[in-house]
Design a protein around this ligand. Structure first.
Ligand SMILES: [Fe+2]
Ligand SMILES: [Fe+2]
Length: 593
């Protein structure tokens, strides 16, 4: 018997024992062991048990943050959003999921083998020969099921809801199990089961009975020799896919009626198509995921200076969403993100700068206030002017005379202030204006410093002049234009809008529209904070000063005080997210998520 006891977390003290061979944990009410921790996924993980042999295993069902399993011999984090991760367990185990720690024990219990019971087929009805039903109660049940199944986006959700509903609506049912067929039709594996009152569950039917139902597209009823056990096997098959079967067991003395068999046949048909839809959704997700990663790779290849920025901003945004989700302060108490919301936010944070792919590379790659060729020409001109002035005398030129030392000084100022992180002083500006006024009669119309060069060298921060800055700011709108052309599924429909607003500021000083306050969506404000943090701390921008995390936090706070950034988001980012960025391992291992 599997015994689960929460020893730390919101559900501390909760303890249940299970005799079935699979136990699901998660926050959805359809789980056998339900948790209320907001950092736990809806269908987080599953224990599978062979009670007779005393073996059990744990599988993380692609949860958002993974599961940490610890025992005397193992200490492992199971985490993959692509595929479930399993581990065989021995002895007592501690499982960390979200903020919750569960003690898991396989304690001695009653046998459930039932191997000696023989079952024979009594009746079968084809799922293709069902006439329209006039049973109002049945139609109501199926309509209700259909509504709920439409809302489910994964297999686990479908199976949990169906099993729970059958046990509620069919009092003689004692157990529901889903068996999935493998790709070569060689074996079936039990992927979900639920028993009434956690009772003993015999698995009396085998592959042959399952194949019979599947091959014939029949719902079949089996009854044991002494008629104390009945089992319905319903095929899960669509026009394009063979999924497996679901089995409803009954240990009731009452016989299963033809009407109940009819209901299971109709339900099987509906469930099979619900599965197909979840598979289609999963396929669609992976197509989008691959497509987005390809776009990011193209963008990173075009601008090696900021390669990795999109991935880091996305990672930070996910940390931030997780922190907000579990925060109980008034600012975020009512904020919660579903799986779809999280995916939508992840896609938007990955793609937030995608419009930069159409900007000129010379702007993206500009690493100093003047390009290297422009600086070279200016320095050559200084040498040329210096050589010309060397042939002149102070008496002839008067105030317009420049000494060799002055030209040395000009050269020093230019090579210093041209760097991205140098803010020209007032004295620098005075000398630059002096250069602008310096001319020689041999080159009429060509001053020592052109108006364009002066503008660039006077840039206070960064490397871009006004025109270049304006051009780069177009990327927010361009990103939106491109992303709006994608037929996003409804659940991710806000991706273009989140991206459009990622440079807007609460006080209206942002772009492209200068919108203010609540006009800027929460998700865009989140991406904005993560974006600025990475722009300040990202080690890949060789031409910019890399700020220490602490300095970046001070700059974020100043921006919040100035009214540009959301102070609540900045606050939680500094308190919860920066420590996680500094030491992701500690946060993954420490609290389990
Ligand atoms: Fe951006
Ligand atoms: Fe960015």
């Amino acid at each position: 018997m599997l015994q689960l006891q929460v020893i730390y977390g919101r559900d501390a003290g909760k303890c249940l024992s299970f005799q079935q061979s699979a136990v699901n944990i998660g926050t959805d009410p359809g789980n056998d062991f339900r948790l209320t921790d907001s950092e736990v996924s809806e269908y987080h993980g599953r224990f599978t048990c062979n009670h007779d042999a005393g073996h059990y295993a744990y599988c993380d069902l692609q949860s958002l943050h993974g599961s940490r399993v610890q025992s005397s011999t193992i200490d492992v984090l199971l985490y993959s959003r692509q595929m479930p991760q399993s581990i065989a367990l021995a002895g007592d185990t501690t499982l960390s999921v979200g903020q919750t720690v569960i003690r898991c024990q396989n304690v001695p219990g009653k046998s459930n083998s039932g191997q000696n019971v023989s079952m024979s087929r009594k009746t079968a009805i084809s799922i293709h020969s069902l006439a329209p039903s006039k049973n109002v109660k049945l139609l109501g049940f199926l309509l209700d099921m259909s509504t709920h199944l439409m809302a489910r986006t994964n297999h686990q959700g479908v199976m949990a809801h169906v099993a729970k509903s059958i046990l509620q609506q069919l009092p003689k049912a004692s157990h529901v199990a889903f068996w999935q067929i493998d790709s070569v039709r060689d074996s079936f594996s039990c992927v979900y089961e639920r028993a009434r009152n956690n009772g003993i569950v015999p698995h009396l039917l085998s592959k042959d009975e399952f194949l019979s139902a599947l091959n014939g597209h029949n719902v079949e009823l089996y009854v044991s020799e002494n008629e104390d056990h009945q089992a319905i096997v319903a095929p899960l098959v669509t026009s394009s896919r063979e999924i497996g079967v679901f089995v409803v067991d009954s240990d009731s003395a009452e016989r299963i009626t033809s009407g109940e068999l009819d209901a299971m046949a109709r339900l099987a048909h509906m469930v099979a198509y619900a599965f197909e839809r979840t598979v289609y959704n999963a396929d669609l997700s992976s197509v989008f995921e691959g497509f987005i990663r390809a776009m990011i790779a193209v963008m990173d290849a075009r601008d090696p200076a900021t390669a990795g920025h999109s991935m880091r901003v996305s990672q930070y945004t996910m940390y931030l969403a997780q922190a907000i989700q579990s925060d109980q302060s008034p600012a975020f108490r009512n904020v919660s993100f579903s799986h779809n919301h999280i995916d939508e936010l992840r896609f938007a944070s990955l793609l937030h700068d995608i419009g930069k792919v159409v900007l000129r590379r010379e702007i993206l790659l500009k690493s100093a206030k003047l390009r290297s060729s422009e600086l070279k020409h200016l320095l050559e001109r200084i040498d040329l002017f210096s050589a010309w002035f060397a042939t002149q005398s102070t008496e002839t030129l008067g105030e317009s005379y420049r000494s060799p030392q002055q030209f040395e000084h000009y050269r020093e100022i230019v090579t210093r202030v041209v760097q991205a992180d140098v803010h020209p002083s007032n004295e620098d500006l005075r000398y630059l204006n002096e250069m602008r006024k310096t001319t020689v009669s041999s080159f009429p119309g060509l001053p020592l410093l052109t108006a364009e060069e002066l503008e660039c060298l006077c840039i206070p921060f960064g490397t871009l002049n006004a025109d270049e800055r304006h051009e780069i700011q177009k990327h927010a709108l361009i990103s939106w234009q491109y992303l709006s052309q994608i037929a996003w599924p409804q659940r991710w429909a806000n991706v273009p809008l989140f991206v459009l607003q990622h440079h807007e500021k609460l006080n209206g000083t942002g772009y492209p529209y200068g919108i203010k306050g609540d006009q800027i969506l929460l998700q865009s404000r989140m991406i904005s904070v993560c974006d600025i943090f990475d722009a300040l701390t990202g080690g890949d921008r060789s031409y910019k000063t890399r700020h220490a995390f602490g300095d970046a936090a001070i700059i974020l706070r100043k921006e919040a005080d100035y009214g540009a950034l959301d102070p609540d988001i900045v606050d939680i980012f500094i308190r919860k997210v920066i420590p996680q960025i500094v030491d992701p391992e500690a946060h993954t291992n420490g609290d389990g998520e």
